[in-house]
Ligand binder design. Structure first.
Ligand code: BGC
Length: 951
């Protein structure tokens, strides 16, 4: 990826300057200009989609500007683009307002083709704007036969056997290659079963971590492509790689904790490497250096390397200059070739790589008993540290990681459970000092307790290295209320810590699984903070690869089955529908729908069969899974909402999404069918779970003493906050009933001392449902509360991330549940972000991909006077900001080019509404729609607007 980025970018800069000057002389009639060109959601990537999808944003200084046509040119060289003679594709002028998800429709693109592209747009007056700058993409290795490289390994399983853990050393591989002429172009295609770090001539290739990422390695493995033209030279070159067990052969999840018969090696026993360096000389000749048995292998300083358990490095065993030319490897042995698994696909990595987000300086270092030192990095996060130390040969530094401290100041590690999360460095005694960062592990932590320093360490002895999947930032959210601002920052940090190749539950303890329930509850929230398109493009493959034989979606994906009884669960499995739906709505992506349609249909059939044709799950319908009924409203407070009731609502909810998605891919009949299913479920649900008054009920006797159910001993009740919140959110009720449900919700909150009681499934819809039934004030009260349970309670108790439990830590009291489950970095309760953007700032998507959207800010009566939210949609930056001063409300709204927003201006007096001090009625850029329920509706096209209204 990097490669195209650097090479094409520099070309593009020169060319765009040329094009700009030629355009200026041609005098463009329009200022409409395409920017931020992307291919398959990424800037200048390597892809293996036969028809990569192109997208751009548009800029223009003119209000209400739209694109009426576009022209794309794709060429195999920038020169051909500059002369407007593209050899791969010329779309010619196409009448269309589409600016994204546009499939390449030119010549067939063989493996390795480098494509350069540009685009121009015509505006609302049918005037052409200037050409964009040039962007590019490159085709990967499209056929298995493009691969000359073998899987090679070095079986070290006999080593590293400890009492609890079996952690063999990481093998090193190397070979040298002679290049007989000047190299014009060099590409490294590399992957591993396990994790790899590749080096050329002593230098690390790329900046990505934990490559090639986690997949179901029985079905597919991804490879990375690097432009290494600048790293190789005529004459001798050295190639090297270190390979660790990673997700492929290392420890996963809580397998060890629960006594699963398998605790590691879920996909294979020996980590393997597969790499080929392809060079093209200036004379056009080509050469490929590929992994085979001639690669020399040995094991050395990396004594242990495990994602959950940590890394051990003995610097005395280093192979100095091992990846440079001339290293004497005569005592290294030959590699072993391993056969490929038939049916295993090898594909270009579709996601964003894991990279360093930021470095964190230690805030404090405190001496502890036993000569230890405690470093505080000031923020809970996922990643590693860089250790800087001076000492004697053989000195051993041990690093232990914790998220929080006990009230007495000691580091808390009980919540890591069986994740050892310990790194060890053995010094070689370099007089200049030594620095070290682990390569194949990461931890979830804020504090590091370090043992083994010979002298008092300075703050720079430990630096935090924040790792995350590099999803580009899209959002910001700011208010004049410190508590809310902190809450938002905590949400962002928690997403950053858990979007690590797969959407994990938590980064610290022995889990880090792609829990589907957490993923579905949080995905909409995530879209506002960063661009998750490519991240989910990747994980949706994992999720569908993990679809079970009975067609249910699993509780986590990838699904190595870390506990024998792990199967599926209502509220979790529906991620298989909810996540693709959200990607469709957010980015206008219909490819994900088409790709997984058969899987989704099969899942809906599974659910239908499970309802025995009744379209409702009556009490105790899911006694066959563990826990009974599934996880339900996990970690809620008080009586449990019956899991079967929630399962029925989820069934209806995903049926309605199926109807909408079917429509999006022109399957009208199926759309009608799923609408029908949705209505049937609704009816059956209401018939079974409501009293005559419309109040929810349940037959709790059906659950017996609750044994086998999550918190079953608390008893079950249909009349709960979670039940009404979900019913409203999922459109389960008739209009009059809906309003009543909102009122009950408020009543239940009041009866609960004005506190929420929701868990994982209730928290997301809670505030949105209050808002949609006219109880915005109640929503704000819950948001601003600092009493247990609430978001604010976490903040006032010192949180800088979102906690798994509402009371993970209480100042002065400490912890409960540590050894069981007490993560301090769990995003599910962060799903309130959906309300912050969607209601407080009022931004909701209309037509898929934010082609249209609404902005309906909810002005707080108390607690805050100002909200500013920005969101960079696939069409460009949207801004929604409001300020309240006395009776005046000011809205600042930005609408991207080529989109239309309906803005709901809060006012008691529609005549008082002005835009930039002028009345709105006579403004041609503003279509005044109607005045209703305290809002004046207006429709606006692109531009920035400042509305003022009296209340
Ligand atoms: C995980 C969750 C997950 C849950 C299932 C936990 O151990 O951390 O976030 O969804 O199990 O209920």
């Amino acid at each position: 990826m990097k490669f195209v980025q650097s090479s094409i970018r520099s070309v593009a800069l020169i060319l765009s300057a040329m094009i700009l000057s030629s355009n200026q002389s041609a005098a463009n009639k329009s200022d409409l200009k395409p920017v931020n060109l992307r291919t398959e959601y990424k800037i200048n990537p390597v892809v293996d989609a036969a028809k990569p999808r192109l997208s751009w944003e548009l800029t223009s200084a003119i209000r209400g500007q739209v694109q009426t046509a576009y022209q794309i040119m794709v060429a195999s060289s920038p020169n051909l683009l500059a002369t407007d003679t593209p050899d791969l594709w010329n779309s010619t002028k196409l009448a269309s307002n589409a600016t994204n998800q546009i499939e390449y429709a030119g010549k067939l693109l063989p493996s390795r083709t480098v494509c350069y592209w540009k685009v121009r747009s015509w505006d609302k007056y049918d005037q052409a704007g200037p050409w964009s700058a040039i962007a590019g993409w490159e085709m990967g290795l499209l056929n298995k036969s493009d691969w000359k490289a073998e899987w090679i390994g070095n079986d070290l399983r006999a080593l590293g056997k400890g009492k609890i853990y079996h952690l063999p050393p990481a093998p090193f591989f190397r070979r040298e290659a002679q290049f007989k002429a000047t190299v014009k172009r060099a590409r490294l295609y590399v992957t591993s079963l396990g994790l790899y770090e590749f080096q050329i001539n002593g230098k690390r290739v790329g900046t990505d971590y934990f490559t090639p990422g986690w997949t179901d390695y029985n079905k597919r493995v991804y490879y990375q492509t690097y432009d290494v033209t600048a790293d190789v030279k005529i004459g001798k070159n050295a190639l090297g790689a270190i390979v660790a067990e990673g997700w492929y052969a290392g420890y996963l999840g809580y397998a060890l904790l629960v006594g699963n018969p398998v605790v590691k090696n879920f996909y294979g026993d020996v980590p393997l490497l597969k790499a080929q360096l392809e060079v093209e000389y200036t004379n056009g000749e080509k050469e490929t250096i590929a992994t085979d048995q001639t690669w020399k292998t040995n094991h050395g300083p990396v004594l242990e390397a495990d994602l959950l358990n940590g890394e051990t490095y003995n610097a005395n065993l280093e192979f100095a200059n091992w990846s440079k030319v001339g290293y004497a490897d005569s005592n290294w042995k030959n590699s072993t070739i391993y056969p490929d698994k038939s049916g295993r696909k090898i594909e270009a990595y579709p996601g964003y790589p894991i990279q360093v987000f930021q470095e964190l300086k230690s805030k404090t270092v405190t001496p502890k008993s036993g000569g230890k030192y405690l470093f505080d990095l000031g923020q809970n996060f996922a990643g590693n540290v860089r250790l800087k130390v001076k000492g004697n040969k053989g000195d051993t530094i041990t690093l232990k990681y914790g998220e929080v401290l006990f009230p007495n100041g000691e580091i808390m590690t009980e919540n890591l459970r069986k994740a050892r999360a310990t790194d060890t460095y053995i010094l070689k005694g370099d007089k200049q000092g030594e620095t070290w960062t682990p390569k194949f592990t990461y931890h979830g932590f804020q504090y590091v307790e370090v043992a083994g320093f010979r002298t008092v360490p300075g703050l720079d002895a430990i630096t935090g290295i924040v790792l995350t999947s590099a999803t580009p930032e899209t959002g910001s959210f700011e208010t004049d209320n410190k508590l809310i601002n902190k809450l938002y920052q905590n949400i962002v940090w928690t997403q950053r810590s858990n979007y690590v190749d797969v959407p994990t539950d938590c980064p610290q303890r022995d889990e880090r699984l792609g829990w589907t329930g957490d993923a579905q509850a949080y995905i909409q929230s995530a879209t506002f903070n960063t661009d998750i398109s490519a991240f989910f493009t990747k994980w949706l493959v994992d999720l569908n690869d993990a679809q079970r034989a009975d067609k249910s979606y699993p509780i986590y994906a990838p699904a190595p089955n870390v506990r024998k009884t792990d199967t599926y669960s209502p509220g979790w499995s529906e991620a298989g529908i909810i996540c693709p739906y959200t990607i469709y709505k957010t980015y206008g992506d219909t490819r994900v729908i088409r790709e997984f349609w058969p899987n989704m249909v099969a899942y809906l059939r599974f659910m239908e069969a499970k309802s025995k044709g009744e379209y409702v799950y009556k009490e105790a319908s899911f006694e066959d899974i563990s826990p009974k009924g599934g996880f339900g409203d996990w970690l809620s407070v008080g009586k449990k909402t019956p899991p079967d009731m929630l399962a029925t609502m989820y069934y209806a909810y995903v049926a309605s999404m199926m109807a909408e998605m079917a429509n999006a891919i022109d399957k009208q009949e199926e759309s009608t069918y799923y609408h029908g299913i949705f209505n049937k479920i609704k009816q059956a649900f209401l018939a079974h779970y409501t009293e005559e008054t419309g109040k929810f009920k349940t037959n709790s006797a059906a659950y017996g003493d609750g044994g086998g159910y999550v918190d079953g001993q608390m008893g079950f009740d249909g009349h709960t906050q979670t039940a009404y919140a979900n019913a409203i959110y999922m459109h389960m009720l008739k209009p009059d009933q809906n309003q009543k449900a909102g009122d009950w919700l408020v009543e239940l909150i009041k009866a609960n001392n004005n506190k929420l009681s929701t868990g994982f499934l209730g928290v997301k819809p809670l505030l949105p449902s209050l808002s949609s039934t006219g109880h915005s004030d109640e929503a704000y009260k819950l948001l601003l509360s600092t009493e247990y349970p609430s978001w604010g309670f976490e903040v006032v108790n010192g949180a800088n991330t979102i906690w798994e439990r509402w009371n993970s830590y209480i100042k002065g009291k400490g912890f409960e549940n540590n050894a069981g489950m007490n993560s301090f970095n769990h995003y599910a309760f962060g799903a309130v972000n959906e309300w912050l953007f969607g209601n407080a700032a009022g931004l909701k998507v209309g037509e898929a991909g934010y082609r249209t959207f609404t902005i309906k800010p909810e002005i707080a009566n108390e607690g805050l006077n100002y909200v500013n939210a920005t969101y960079r949609s696939i069409n460009g930056k949207i801004e929604s900001s409001w300020k309240k001063a006395g009776k005046t409300v000011t809205l600042k709204i930005t609408v991207p080019v080529n989109t239309v927003a309906t803005v709901f201006i809060p006012t008691t007096n529609p005549a008082s509404v002005v835009e930039s001090a002028k009345e709105v009625k006579s403004n041609p850029a503003i279509k005044v729609k109607e005045f209703k329920d305290g809002y004046l509706y207006v429709e606006i096209g692109s531009g920035t607007y400042q509305f003022m209204s009296q209340n």
